[in-house]
Design a protein around this ligand. Structure first.
Ligand code: ADP
Ligand code: MG
Length: 232
């Protein structure tokens, strides 16, 4: 489903004329099959978020190829990337990134509004997805009236509501206590199983990496595969 080949990127850091070149992605090559949970584990600063931003099309890599269902998305212009993103990727962030002035329901509804879906269809979709992630009781709550775990459920529901087949998660449990972390990891596994969703999860937490079918370790911009294992 996803084939990343020879991805390279360098940041220029420092004052003009005295810039330092810092390689942040070095020949990153890996693939992800449909329905897999893939974990990319690595220390802070190793390049994990840059890799995810590149796959999502927020950043252009200097070199390399990103094929998603045989489409070369690294070559897309901004408009093409934005369209592709809306249809194919859902995002889950460490800090949830919910709109504080919108209720749980409205936060989840937002991507559908962006897609131009009509109000009846939107309501139906949001209600189904809220039920699926266990949020039906708190539809009218604002983010600051929800626990961390509930906020992450809202953000996961928002990622799912467009039926995007690929979920990109950057430290999805990084702001949660360990009990809530387990709940969210179980939810991710349930969604993976029931909806055959593909997850790429970036983390520095070995507990999170445990739920993956396939693990990679990122070190100074280099990605190395760990043992493959079947998760039931
Ligand atoms: P991680 O997510 O693994 O913590 P990042 O991908 O955020 O790592 O960052 C990798 C490296 O690239 C870090 O050294 C970081 O300081 C640097 N970096 C990230 N974004 C930029 C940028 N926009 N400009 C310059 N350097 C950056
Ligand atoms: Mg990061």
């Amino acid at each position: 489903m996803i084939k990343v080949n020879n991805l390279q990127h360098t940041f220029l850091i420092g004052k003009k004329g005295k810039e330092k070149r810092v390689p942040v992605l070095r020949n990153v090559t890996f693939d992800v099959k449909q329905g897999e949970i893939v974990a990319i584990v690595g220390k802070s600063g190793s390049g994990k978020s840059t890799l995810l931003q590149t796959i999502a099309g927020f950043m252009k890599p200097e070199h390399g190829s990103i094929l998603v269902n045989a489409q070369e998305i690294a070559a897309f212009n901004e408009a093409q990337s934005a369209k592709f993103r809306l249809e194919n990727f859902g995002f889950i962030f460490q800090n949830f990134q919910l709109m504080p002035s919108l209720t749980a329901f409205e936060n989840i509804e937002l991507p559908l509004k962006l897609q131009g879906m009509n109000v009846m269809e939107r309501r139906k979709r949001v209600e189904i997805i809220m039920k699926k992630v266990g949020l039906n009781e708190v539809a009218d709550h604002f983010p600051n009236e929800l626990s961390g775990g509930q906020q992450q459920r809202v953000s996961i529901a928002r990622a799912l509501v467009t039926n995007a087949p690929i979920l990109l998660a950057d430290e999805p449990t990084g702001s949660l206590d360990s009990e809530t972390e387990q709940d969210i990891l179980m939810l991710i596994q349930q969604l993976n199983r029931e909806l055959n969703l593909t997850f790429i999860i970036i983390t520095h937490d070995e507990e999170v990496a445990m739920i993956a079918n396939k693990r990679f370790r990122m070190h100074d911009g280099e990605l190395v595969k760990e043992g493959e294992q079947h998760v039931v």
